[in-house]
Design a binder for this molecule. Structure first.
Ligand SMILES: Nc1ncnc2c1ncn2[C@@H]1O[C@H](COP(=O)(O)OP(=O)(O)O)[C@@H](O)[C@H]1O
Ligand SMILES: [Mg+2]
Length: 231
């Protein structure tokens, strides 16, 4: 479980300060699909980056299984990012001159595992997103949905506990987006925890938990669901 306790994040740009998160308390439970919703600029990506140890809070505490992420050394933080979480982004962020298979292998190659084991794990990950037959294609030869499936395979290849996805369907048409969400739901059934930032109310409705942000703060659940508190 990842828990936020009174987390603040302030970005400083010269003289300007942006309070991206203002006292966020929330939990990301294991084996759940957690949706984070909120208007543009409400702090969704900031929250995801903090959960994945890509950045550190200005104040407050973030724990992973009761361990304070703020107490980790930079080496331990890198380990957390490499092993415990996997990231998926709206724009896929694949390396254009590498094949799909190579893109998926990349996180493992950075860990110095043997070539044969790396290949096996990457093929397994591609199979999980139903892309076994597309491994030798470069991203430009793949559709948007296929590219996002490659990105999901890449996020899975280290077998992380959490998949953190920032608007993973934001660049996709409705049907393709639904397929991507179907894959993410399958991962939850297989035991992963998935956090998905989204603007899509249907995705939020299908999630097990919903966190709604507004101006860097969590909106209370009843108001957020806007349906008298039905969950
Ligand atoms: N690296 C940064 N430097 C300065 N301001 C930032 C940075 N990242 C985000 N912000 C600001 O913090 C606020 C929240 O941003 P973000 O978490 O990206 O929101 P969302 O993902 O909900 O659109 C916005 O006002 C944004 O401009
Ligand atoms: Mg964002």
């Amino acid at each position: 479980m990842i828990a936020f306790r009174e987390v603040h994040k302030t970005y400083k740009m010269g003289e300007t300060r942006v309070e991206a998160l203002r006292g966020v308390s929330a939990t990301i439970a294991p084996r759940r699909m957690v949706a984070i919703m909120g208007p543009s600029g409400s702090g969704k990506s900031t929250m995801l980056h903090l959960a994945g140890c890509l950045d550190t809070p200005t104040a407050g505490q973030i724990t992973y299984n009761d361990r304070d992420l703020g107490s980790l050394s930079s080496r331990e933080r890198a380990g957390f990012r490499a092993v415990t979480v996997g990231f998926v982004f709206q724009k896929f962020n694949l390396v254009p001159n590498l094949t799909a298979l190579r893109n998926v292998e990349l996180p493992l190659l950075l860990r110095g595992e043997s070539a044969s084991l790396v290949r096996k794990k990457a093929l397994d990950a591609l199979a999980q997103v139903e892309l076994t037959d597309r491994g030798h294609h470069r991203p430009t030869k793949l559709s948007g949905g296929e590219q996002q499936r490659v990105a999901i395979a890449r996020s899975l290849v280290n077998d992380p506990e959490f998949i953190l996805a920032d608007e993973p369907t934001g660049n996709l048409d409705t049907d393709t987006g639904q397929r991507i969400m179907g894959i993410l739901h399958q991962l939850v059934e297989a035991g992963k925890s998935v956090v998905v930032v989204t603007h899509n109310p249907e995705i939020a409705e299908d999630a097990d938990e919903l966190i709604v942000l507004r101006d860097g703060q969590v909106v209370p659940e009843m108001a957020a669901r806007g349906n008298g508190g039905r969950t």
